[in-house]
Design a binder for this molecule. Structure first.
Ligand code: SAH
Length: 478
């Protein structure tokens, strides 16, 4: 066949019950497939010149049908799916080609390119099946992941799935509305039933289930969680943020929130992108307020998801005031703010016994905000500035600092796309700040760190590429 491997396979779970599946091959691989297919209820047809002992025994017991001889396309008659499991490439290819001609799905064992369907690695918990595929790119990785999941998915998962399957009709009858049903499941899955099943207390689990099914569920109260998503690396989300995101009905997120993070939110939550990119100050803050109120009043659990931390240059305070005035429940989940994340991922300690006893978080997004800054204070030595800003205005920023007494030789580090796969760090000295940024075409989001510690990125960097720009020596401790 020789087609390039598809970049992503579309997973489906097939109902093979009573359907004929052809396995070509008579050895141990064929045996493994035949057994698995048989367990799934398929009528297994095994074609090979000779069968190994176990397959022969199965044929003898009438569990499989044996077609003797070399593969012939008519073996595919009445077949829904075919698996080529011989060690002869030519035979495997013939099966794939004949299958393709009849528009049948064919899996050639260990040959993703010749296959039109992959058999995933799987974790089997009764009706609950977790299937893992690497699209043929890295079967060992899929296997490794399966082993990890095997240890994490308790055996009681299968029983839980069975219980929910048995009770499906009753649950639907009790909660015909999707929203109410979802709330019931949220409570059920976090409650005592899974715990009792894990302890093998089946009767108690059934009783608890019935009790929960009959319990009154109060009408939902809308709420808003102001959540910090951190700088981009999903690993920097807090556990609390993850949990709140998984319970959300509606997520209002900033542009700054990375796609990787949006991947982990609940699939059926409504996602609405709000807010503008850095630099555009006429963001629709009023519209954001209106959206929060609208969804919360409708009884939804709203997550207002912001880059970094919601209370650091995030207008989180304004949003809480609106919620408080409207009498809506709220909570705040802090996130890792850009200053902390960028410093960490660039190898720049923000404080240092020898160089910096304090840190200032500053914003200089536009002329208005930089005009109100206390330049005298910002130009003080022995402190680190973490500057949240658009990439415009760097000329003015460095000029003002130097004008107010900060040494022109003070090191800086610009961290662009901090913690993300495309992170870049640019280092240099204050006098050449704007020039360096232009030279490397720095784009938003980028954080500027000014202070002696910035030069440590040269030696302490560990994430992504080494810093760009001239090496500047850290002033030696006296
Ligand atoms: N609440 C956010 C800041 C919002 S202001 C926080 O706590 O991080 C937006 C500014 O944050 C950007 O202009 C940039 O200076 C900085 N920023 C946010 N994420 C960043 C990232 N991944 N890398 C570099 N800077 C970032």
């Amino acid at each position: 066949m020789g087609r390039p491997p598809a970049s992503a396979f579309f997973p489906v779970f097939a109902d093979l019950d009573g359907r004929t599946v052809l396995v070509v091959g008579g050895g141990t691989v064929a045996l493994r497939k035949a057994v698995a297919l048989q367990q799934a209820g398929a009528m297994v047809r095994v074609g090979a010149p000779a069968l190994n002992a176990e397959l022969s025994a199965m044929a003898g017991r009438g569990e499989i049908e044996h077609l003797s001889g070399r593969f012939a396309p008519q073996w595919l008659d009445d077949v829904w799916l075919a698996i080529a499991a011989t060690d002869d490439d030519e035979v495997n290819r013939a099966v794939a080609q004949a299958g393709e001609a009849r528009r049948l799905w064919v899996n050639v064992v260990d040959d993703a390119r010749a296959s039109t369907v992959q058999i995933p690695a799987r974790v089997d918990r009764g009706p609950l099946q977790v299937a893992i595929s690497s699209g043929g790119a890295a079967p060992m990785l899929a296997r490794h992941l399966r082993e990890t999941l095997e240890t994490q998915l308790d055996a009681s998962m299968g029983e839980l799935a069975q219980l929910l399957g048995r009770e499906r009709g009753r649950i639907r009858a009790r909660f015909p509305q999707l929203g109410a049903r979802r709330r019931f499941f949220d409570r059920l899955l976090r409650g005592a039933v899974p715990r009792l099943l894990r302890k093998r207390q089946h009767l108690a689990a059934e009783r608890e289930f019935i009790a929960q099914l009959n319990a009154e569920i109060a009408a939902p109260r809308g709420s808003v969680a102001l959540v910090g998503a951190g700088p981009g690396d999903p690993g920097l989300l807090t556990l609390r943020a993850l949990r709140v995101l998984n319970e959300a009905d509606v997520i209002l997120h900033d542009r700054l929130v990375s796609e990787e993070i949006l991947q982990v939110v609940r699939r059926d939550a409504q996602r609405i992108e709000v807010g503008k990119q850095a630099g555009n100050h006429h963001a629709t803050q009023e519209q954001i307020h209106a959206l929060m109120l609208e969804h919360a009043h409708a009884g939804k659990r709203v997550v207002r998801l912001k880059g970094g931390d919601p209370f650091v240059f995030g207008r989180g305070g304004e949003e809480l005031e609106v919620l408080r005035d409207a009498g809506i429940d709220y909570e705040v989940v802090p996130g890792i703010t850009a200053a902390l994340a960028c410093a960490a991922y660039a190898g720049v300690p923000l404080t240092h016994r020898d160089h910096a006893q304090s840190v200032r978080l500053v914003t200089a997004h536009c002329k208005d905000s930089s005009d109100t800054l206390d330049w005298q204070a910002l130009a003080q030595e022995r402190q680190t500035l973490a500057v949240y800003m658009g990439v415009a205005g760097l000329d003015r920023f460095s000029a003002k600092l130097i004008e107010h007494g900060r040494a022109a030789s003070t090191p800086f580090a610009i961290v662009e796309n901090g913690s993300r796969p495309n992170q870049r760090v640019i280092v240099g000295t204050l006098s050449e700040l704007a020039e360096r940024a232009r030279e490397h075409d720095v784009q938003s989001p980028a954080l500027l760190i000014v202070g002696e510690v910035a030069s440590m990125a040269d030696t302490l960097h560990w994430f992504g590429d080494a810093p760009l720009g001239a090496v500047v020596a850290v002033a030696q401790a006296a």
